[in-house]
Design a binder for this molecule. Sequence first.
Ligand code: UGA
Ligand code: MN
Length: 253
Amino acid sequence: PYIYAITPTYTRPVQKAELIRLSQTFLHVRNFHWIVVEDSDRKTKLVENLLEHSGLEFTHLNVKTPDAWKLAPKDPNWLKPRGVLQRNLGLTWIRENLKKGANKGVLYFADDDNTYDLQIFEEMRGTKKVSVWPVGLVGKLRYESPIVVNGKVTGWHTYWMPERDFALDMAGFAINIELLFDKPLVQFEYEVKRGYQETTLLRGFVTKEELEPLADNCRKVLVWHTRTEKADLRNEEKLKKYGKPPSDLTIEV
Ligand code: UGA
Ligand code: MN
């Protein structure tokens, strides 16, 4: 089976560094197809060139988040969900360009700022319906994780709303793409309760009893919800202010 990874991404100073780190992890994964969805009206040259030179098999898409759903710079990040339309476009691409039966594969939502151990990809490759595993450094805990008893998921180790049907981060599950064809209408929605994106999607595909715990019965952390510090570029303005040459804008960073 193939692995199809959907990555929403958006323009900001650290974007290239994030995508380079990600792409060079993915180069070590065989039978891998990267679906990169830019949050923008147009595909950018930066992402286009990066993908072209990545050595990866990829699909490059774009769709802009409507202004009403964009976080303002001072908003707390939990206020509005990110990546909704981008992940949905990735789902649509799979449904329209792959065929049930002919294309065997597993779908994973790989945000551009997380850290991935290569082992997680080999673990998820055998997913029959939906597989799950712990995610490190998320939910203000050392890790969040499915609770596994006798090989079955019975609940969730999370501080925050453990009563959710699927109380896990986007990085903590993979889906056999067959389910996408069997349930063609299931996708992410804006109009769901805060923190219920994953639950809303997964409810459309499986029950908790059907989940397949991986990573040594969920005792191994193989993906980390790392978050990159925003780049501080304030000295660019200061250089200008003091009449000194600012950085060359034709140099891509
Ligand atoms: C957490 C979860 O890990 C995400 O999967 C979830 O989408 C997000 O919360 C949420 O609440 O929506 P967090 O680190 O806070 O993640 O979110 P980001 O990493 O900033 O964004 C998730 C993905 O969406 C990233 O790949 C990012 O590049 C992309 N994104 C973010 C956009 O495409 N557009 C934006 O305006 C912001
Ligand atoms: Mn993130």
